[in-house]
Design a protein around this ligand. Structure first.
Ligand code: C2E
Ligand code: MG
Ligand code: MG
Length: 539
């Protein structure tokens, strides 16, 4: 809101005119009045007296208006200042906000250049802030934010900048002498130590750590301040992301390679986004075998990305990205749909195992979506096996239990994948109705070379026997490992000894050879044909 200047001019004009009139009028009236008293006559200009009284009234009115206006101006200025502050700062911490950080950084860059200084930008994200907020409440969350910022503020040099960019994300900028750049490391050591002192709130002591990314203006002497300010924030952000990736509670310096990694990563993201509707994600299949009889029991579906740009890409690369960009459900559904179509052609004794991401388990509609796919493909639920990894159990065990129960009620089987890597407790295993445990391939493939692996497999196999749960050993790579494994009991197994994962056509061809396709009522379709000894598989 701004004041109209012409109003002021008119007001001022009225006051000036009234004063002039008062002076001119007053001298005539006072003279006339004095003359009238001295001569005893009536005043010559009685109307001028009345005009003078009106003039005084006008002056009083003008004065009053002037006082009002001055007060109004003061109030407006205060309101404008408050609006400006609210628009540019964060009310909780008093830091600048995202909107104003760029311009403020530009100003510091210009000031630093005049004195021959450089600028360091620190991007800070408080580790596991959401969890602290959810567990202890928003008041505690606010205390963590304000106290952390206060501690950093106390250590930053004069003329530093502090901005809150989002929930728990902050940017700080400080100028430094390029001849003493090591001062930054000292500052960081002090900041990290200050942050890690527990935050006290209502007798509660909260341990806080933060991940910080650092970038300096040192190699950008000629850059335009506006561009440099954006580049420094971006670089510090990349470095912060690296600090998070390397285990949090640390600081990382920006390196050029981070920029190319980011470019590669966004290229992969785009590739995944565009590749799903184009059908570039396809199921591969790995044989699962009964080790006692050598019989082929089914296949595990393993996703592959046939990327036009990168060739065949492993799921270890694209699954985590699909999870992060929120496409895992879509991707998984497309793969399961294809796999059900493929597996419908196989002998009905053969099962299909599919891997499910922990994120999908959190989807309340997951069971319904899966059933819909089964109905669409007209695939019997008892031939489907869902593999969930042990790490799912750390999340929300209640949700997982409900989901498992509802899937099992439909006849779907559930396996606990990569067992031995996630420290699940015996109690968890007992209360969750798994149909099968899959021993992680690391222990299996190192059996014979690593003593600990043998001990772990022995422990897992007696656990499986105790719980009466069948076990599958993944990662059987050699006949030696197979022989070792047999010493620990009965297992189903899978691994490169039986062949590498192959695509649907190859599976189809292999099954056709053994007369293990639906409808092939060949007499050869007996157990003999289904038998998959390592020797035949290895050729
Ligand atoms: P996983 O479920 O434990 O799958 C077994 C992995 O071990 C597969 O790797 C397989 O190729 C590999 N493997 C099999 N036999 C051997 C062997 O003898 N030696 C060695 N060293 N490795 C062997 P892959 O295909 O790269 O899959 C990696 C992981 O990606 C899988 O681990 C699974 O957790 C995940 N994954 C695969 N497909 C999907 C999917 O459709 N959805 C989800 N959410 N995850 C998937
Ligand atoms: Mg698996
Ligand atoms: Mg596994």
């Amino acid at each position: 809101m701004t004041r109209r200047p012409d109003n002021d001019v008119i007001g001022l004009g009225i006051i000036v005119a009234a004063v002039l009139m008062f002076v001119a009028n007053g001298s005539v009236v006072v003279g006339d009045f004095l003359r009238a008293i001295l001569s005893g006559d009536a005043p010559h200009e009685p109307m001028l007296g009345i005009a003078l009284i009106l003039n005084i009234a006008l002056l009083l009115f003008g004065w009053r208006r002037y006082v009002d206006l001055t007060r109004e101006v003061g109030q407006r200025r205060k309101a404008e200042e408050t609006a400006h502050r609210l628009a540019h700062t964060d009310p909780l911490t008093g830091c600048l906000n995202r909107r104003s950080v760029g311009k403020a950084l530009e100003d510091i860059i210009r000031a630093a250049r005049i004195t021959g200084h450089e600028l360091v930008v620190m991007m800070m994200d408080i580790d596991n802030f959401k969890r602290a907020n959810d567990t202890h409440g928003h008041q505690a969350g606010d205390a963590v934010l304000t106290q952390t910022v206060e501690r950093v503020a106390a250590l930053l040099p004069e003329r530093s900048l502090m901005a809150r960019l989002g929930g728990d994300e902050f940017a700080f900028a400080a100028i430094y002498d390029p001849d003493h750049a090591e001062a930054i490391e000292r500052l960081m050591a002090r900041i990290t130590a200050a942050i890690s002192r527990p935050v006290m709130i209502d007798g509660l002591s909260l341990d806080v750590t933060a991940s910080i990314g650092l970038a300096t203006s040192a190699d950008k002497a000629d850059a335009d301040p506006a561009e440099l300010s954006a580049a420094l924030l971006h670089r510090a952000d990349l470095a912060m992301y690296q600090a998070k990736k390397s285990g949090r509670n640390r600081y990382s310096w920006f390196e050029d390679v981070m920029e190319s990694e980011l470019r590669f990563r966004s290229e992969l993201e785009r590739g995944i986004r565009e590749g799903i509707p184009r059908g570039e994600f396809v199921p591969y299949y790995e044989k699962q075998v009964d080790l006692d009889t050598g019989e082929l029991t089914g296949f595990e579906m393993l996703a592959r990305w046939k990327s036009p740009r990168h060739g065949i890409v492993s799921p270890d690369i694209f699954i985590p990205i699909a999870e992060e960009i929120g496409l895992i459900s879509e991707l998984s559904e497309s793969l399961i749909r294809q796999a059900l179509r493929d597996a419908r052609e196989w002998d009905p004794r053969l099962t299909l195992s599919v891997n499910i991401s922990p994120l999908q388990l959190r989807d309340p509609w997951f069971a319904q979506k899966l059933l819909k796919l089964l109905v669409e493909a007209n695939f019997p639920p008892n031939r489907l096996d869902i593999e969930i990894t042990e790490t799912c159990l750390h999340e929300s065990i209640g949700v997982v239990r409900t989901l498992i129960t509802s899937l099992k009620n439909q006849g779907i089987r559930i396996s606990l994948d990569d067992f031995g890597t996630g420290y699940s407790s015996l109690a968890q295993l007992r209360t969750l109705p798994f149909d099968q445990i899959k021993i992680d391939r690391f222990f299996v493939s190192t059996l014979g070379t690593n003593k600990d692996s043998a001990t772990i497999i022995e422990a897992i196999s007696s656990l499986g026997k105790g719980l009466n749960m069948p076990m599958t050993a993944e990662g059987i790579e050699s006949p030696e490992v197979l022989d070792e494994l047999r010493k620990f009991g009965s297992f189903k197994g899978q691994g490169f000894l039986y062949g590498q994962p192959v695509d649907a056509q190859e599976v189809r061809a292999m099954l056709a050879e053994r007369a293990l396709l639906q409808g092939s009522d060949d007499p050869a379709a007996d157990t003999q044909a289904q038998t998959d000894t390592p020797r035949t598989a290895l050729g």
